[in-house]
Design a protein around this ligand. Structure first.
Ligand code: MRU
Length: 367
């Protein structure tokens, strides 16, 4: 991704420090945060300094590499296993996080010595990050073929660069189509309560010079009714074996609207988001976040100060489920790095099992 003319990834490793774009400060300030230890990186995931399924997968892989680098020589395995538990406990829903932790942990467990464990942990974490960025680029190429010149699209939450190591999932086809010279217009759903659409997707699209407008989530139905939406593209946090999709709260409402109005509903996601061990979406854990995210909002004052203000009566409780479930029959197609998929268990299985299950490490011949 290019920010102010310079190429960035959302998260990367420099020596033993994890660097990431600070997503708390966007869109008002662009800053890089440093995480010196695996505990700092785990905290960054938990507090959503870095967020989005692919980006927390990248950060989780690097956190495991940091743990291997920090670990005492005589207790490396128990140290990294404890780190894996800490990282897995940061956020429950996105499969990419567990995928990354498991892959780096397996490489460490298979290494013969502490030195090879450290080397392989870093190598696998880097491979996972590269794989994540590359998948986004391919998803962009595959999905852009669906977007005609002049298409008016709707997206929800943020499934762009910032939600991945690079490129993104739902926004990648839009970036490809735009770079290929096609006019695309994007309705950006605000995505209450944390407003990832208004804050992050709008910022990304503005950086790319893509025509867009932010809408309140409640405005979506009216736009469909007036025939102003040609397609919906969203990302996913976890996809079950039967094609049920768990994504940011509010996605299901859009899927219902799209179905009712005969508008295609696309879900863009890489292999690391598909979890064949979960038979159907109702078994995917849904994160319940603090009610404060509903009752308070943060924004910039005209004087340029960031302020947090309460918007509900103090006595009113609030509920904050972070994700919802869209059943497979609502999905027109999955857009993946393996091509377009029908929302059926057999096509998902063929895709996930046809691609390498994990990046290889030197001297490792296991699948
Ligand atoms: O809670 P977040 O911001 O980490 O939510 C994850 C997401 O960004 C979305 O649900 C997105 O649509 C899928 S992640 C590529």
């Amino acid at each position: 991704m290019r920010v102010n003319g310079k190429e960035y990834r959302t998260v990367w490793l420099e020596g033993s420090t994890v660097k990431l774009i600070d997503q708390h400060r966007l869109p008002h300030a662009f800053a890089i945060a440093d995480c010196q230890t695996h505990r700092d990186t785990a905290r960054a995931i938990q507090t959503m300094l870095v967020r989005g399924a692919g980006a927390i997968g990248g950060a989780a892989g690097y956190a495991m590499a940091q743990a291997a680098l920090e670990a005492p020589q005589d207790a490396l395995l128990s140290y990294v296993e404890e780190a894996a538990s800490l990282i897995r406990a940061t956020r429950p829903t996105a499969h990419d996080l567990f995928y990354a932790v498991d892959h780096v942990l397996r490489a460490i467990q298979q290494a013969g010595t502490p030195a090879t464990a450290r080397r392989d942990a870093v190598r696998v974490a880097e491979q996972l990050a590269d794989e994540n960025a590359k998948a986004g680029e391919t998803i962009g190429r595959v999905g852009s073929a669906l977007l005609r010149d002049g298409a008016r699209l709707m997206t929800h939450c943020n499934a762009g660069w910032l939600a991945f190591v690079d490129w993104g999932s739902a926004l990648a086809p839009i970036y490809h189509a735009h770079r290929a010279g096609r006019a695309v217009f994007v309705y950006v759903n605000e995505t209450r309560p944390r407003s990832q659409g208004a804050k992050l997707t709008a910022w990304e699209l503005a950086q790319e010079g893509i025509d867009h407008t932010v809408i309140a989530d409640t405005a979506a139905g009216s736009l469909f009714q007036r025939g102003q939406v040609d397609g919906v593209i969203v990302g996913a946090d976890r996809i079950a074996a039967n094609g049920d999709v768990v994504n940011k709260i509010g996605t299901y409402t859009l899927a219902l609207l799209a179905k009712h109005h005969g508008v295609p509903f696309y879900v863009a996601a890489p292999r690391s988001t598909f979890d064949l061990s979960i038979p159907e979406g109702s078994k995917i854990p849904i994160e319940e976040r603090s009610a404060d995210e509903v009752t308070w909002v943060t924004g910039l004052t005209p004087q340029g100060r960031l302020e947090r203000v309460r918007i509900t009566p103090e006595a009113s409780p609030a509920k904050n489920p972070a994700f919802d479930l869209t059943p497979a029959p609502f999905v027109t197609r999955f857009i993946t790095e393996g091509g377009l998929l029908d929302p059926t268990a057999s096509s998902l299985r063929a895709f996930v099992t046809a691609t390498p299950a994990r990046p290889t490490v030197a001297g490792d011949s296991s699948s």
